[in-house]
Design a protein around this ligand. Structure first.
Ligand code: LMR
Length: 413
């Protein structure tokens, strides 16, 4: 019986790290996964997070509480994250939503957990169709496929080294009939698009949101990199702010926000994130009903979330002085990523690395073809994902010449 189970392919991102770990070349460079490393190639704890951890250690009662969290997560975490997302990041529209009790919220296992729980809820009750950018983070398709979606579609996002917003919108207009839109979800990367690192400008976003709104599609905002564009986390929630401007967009059926503190607090392995479902006005029961369903979904998969990482994040978010320092930590990371972009641009002449209006965050899309990527891996032990994405923080003063010399020796499409 068991032999009927076929082998699954290796994960497109983590699978390569497994291969990298086995590589014995002492010059090997891992440019695969989106994890921030410092100039010595180390994944370090953010200084603010270290402080929060120490504060937690000193708070014996809180630190020693190893009991279950509520199914939908820690109430303290919920308060601090809702405040961060909907008061600080969206000061003109968010507070009203909180006062009107229009946000169903659940603490999740980072952004992946938020997307999976969202997909479960949607596929159970609302929709099994989702539009995902092409290209996108490979796990998007994986998650929606495994959580009830039967109709996974892609919209063109990138062409010949550039964003193709007109083509994207034309494609939606052609393929989503207005009255069907209500059953069509669409994934929007809030900033620092993964894998291209290319984001629409604010003007382009306005056009995009107008179209999505007009077609009555259901937005799922994936905000995994808040802060990695500008260095200021609240600032980077601009897509959410634009969406929540109800004088402009009337989402007739609400929107989903999936967010995580993996990248902007370096809490990767602690799995700290959230799902917020913003419900339309004047539906007093909807928020509570949705939250009750989210509760059932979580209970059926992992019962309740883990407690440690969310305590650390809550401490950072609820102390005004620590929060200020956190913004500095995020900005420090952003500046280092910019230095890497400049260093590579100087050596290779790839000027699109430093196009500030559109290129942001941890990733750069090299447009290297499979042949070149295989050569980089086999001849130089430089590992990149096979879509040509380069995780910039893997580059540092010690290996930048080695990596750029290797890039010069292979060809770009
Ligand atoms: C990435 O894209 O490398 C990260 O988001 C890690 C992951 O979970 O894939």
């Amino acid at each position: 019986l068991f032999e009927e189970i076929p082998r699954a392919p290796p994960d497109k991102i983590f699978g390569l790290t497994e291969q990298f770990n086995k590589d014995e070349n002492n010059k090997k460079v891992n440019l695969t996964v989106g994890v921030y490393k410092d100039n010595d190639g180390l994944v370090t704890t953010f200084p603010t997070v270290s402080k929060a951890q120490k504060m937690l250690e000193q708070d014996e009662k809180r630190n020693n509480d190893l009991s279950y969290l509520p199914i939908i997560g820690s109430p303290t975490y919920r308060r601090s994250v809702l405040d961060f997302l909907f008061r600080e990041s969206c000061p003109s529209s968010g507070p009203k939503l909180l006062e009107e009790n229009r946000i169903s919220f659940v603490q999740t296992l980072s952004g992946t957990g938020a997307l999976a729980v969202a997909a479960d809820l949607l596929s159970l009750f609302i929709s099994r169709t989702v539009w995902i950018p092409e290209p996108s983070w490979p796990n998007h398709i994986n998650i929606f496929k495994r959580h009830g979606f039967t109709d996974i579609r892609t919209y063109p996002y990138y062409e010949d080294g550039k964003l193709c917003v007109d083509k994207w919108l034309e494609h939606l207009r052609k393929n989503v009939k207005k009255n069907d839109g209500i059953r069509h979800c669409i994934i929007l990367h809030a900033c620092c698009h993964n894998p291209t690192g290319l984001d629409p400008t604010r003007e382009q976003w306005q056009k995009i949101l107008e179209t999505v709104n007009e077609l009555k599609m259901l937005p799922i905002i994936d905000m995994a990199y808040q802060g990695l564009e500008s260095g200021n986390p609240p600032e980077d929630a601009y897509v959410l702010r634009m969406c929540l401007d109800e004088s402009r967009y009337k989402w007739s059926h609400g929107l989903f926000l999936c967010q995580s503190f993996a990248k902007n607090m370096g809490l990767y392995g602690e799995r700290v994130g959230s799902l917020s479902v913003v419900v339309p006005p004047n539906q007093p029961e909807t928020k509570t009903n949705i939250e009750s369903q989210l509760k059932q979904i979580v209970r059926s998969i992992y019962s309740s979330p883990p407690g440690y990482g969310c305590r650390v994040a809550s401490i950072v978010l609820s102390s005004p002085s620590l929060k200020k320092e956190w913004h500095k930590d995020v900005d420090f990371m952003v500046q280092r990523l910019l230095d890497v972009r400049h260093g590579m641009c100087e050596r290779l002449g790839w000027s699109d690395l430093v196009n500030y209006t559109q290129q942001h965050g941890m990733f750069y899309y090299t447009r290297l073809n499979h042949h070149s990527l295989n050569r980089l891996r086999d001849e130089y032990s430089i590992y990149m994902t096979m879509d040509g994405r380069l995780s910039l923080s893997g580059i540092n003063d010690h290996n930048i010449d080695y990596v750029c010399d290797a890039f010069k020796s292979i060809s770009r499409v």
